[in-house]
Design a protein around this ligand. Structure first.
Ligand code: THU
Length: 136
């Protein structure tokens, strides 16, 4: 699956965003190592801190269906400016990305796609090396 397709899935998922408090709609999509794509949108709550970001919804859907690694992640926010995953999501992404080279595609204005590696956006994550050394 090419990055434009993953961005398209993220954009479609954004239309389901539940964002009555911020009005900031986000969509995300991950490509699992099993070849399947999983999408997510942000889901807000009246108790604001209970909000879950689009990236984590997509990743958790993947994991809950038995796939534990993604090959690429796409996220689309406002598209008026460059978007990038929040740091809580970057930590979760670290847990489930295939490698430090896994690409992260961020949809920007004018259909531009900004591409970064996991290593670039989260170079020094918290990892329990004793337990997870084989994972990333
Ligand atoms: N949001 C995401 O879905 N992903 C991010 O990486 C950053 C923020 C959502 C959370 C909240 O619903 C809205 O954007 C404003 O912060």
């Amino acid at each position: 699956m090419i990055k434009e397709e993953l961005i398209k899935l993220a954009r479609e998922a954004r239309s389901n965003a539940y964002a009555p408090y911020s009005q900031f709609r986000v969509g995300a999509a991950v490509l699992g190592i099993n070849g399947k794509a999983y999408t997510g949108c942000n889901i807000e709550n009246a108790s604001y801190g209970m909000t879950v970001c689009a990236e984590r919804v997509a990743i958790f859907k993947m994991v809950s269906e038995g796939c534990y690694k993604f090959k690429a992640l796409a996220v689309v926010g406002s598209e008026k400016e460059d978007g990038a995953p929040c740091l809580a999501c970057r930590q979760v992404m670290t847990e489930f990305c295939e490698s430090f080279e896994t690409p992260v595609y961020c949809g920007g204005p004018d259909n531009k796609i900004f591409e970064h590696t996991m290593n670039e956006i989260c170079p020094f994550p918290f990892v329990m090396f004793e337990k997870n050394a084989d994972k990333i």
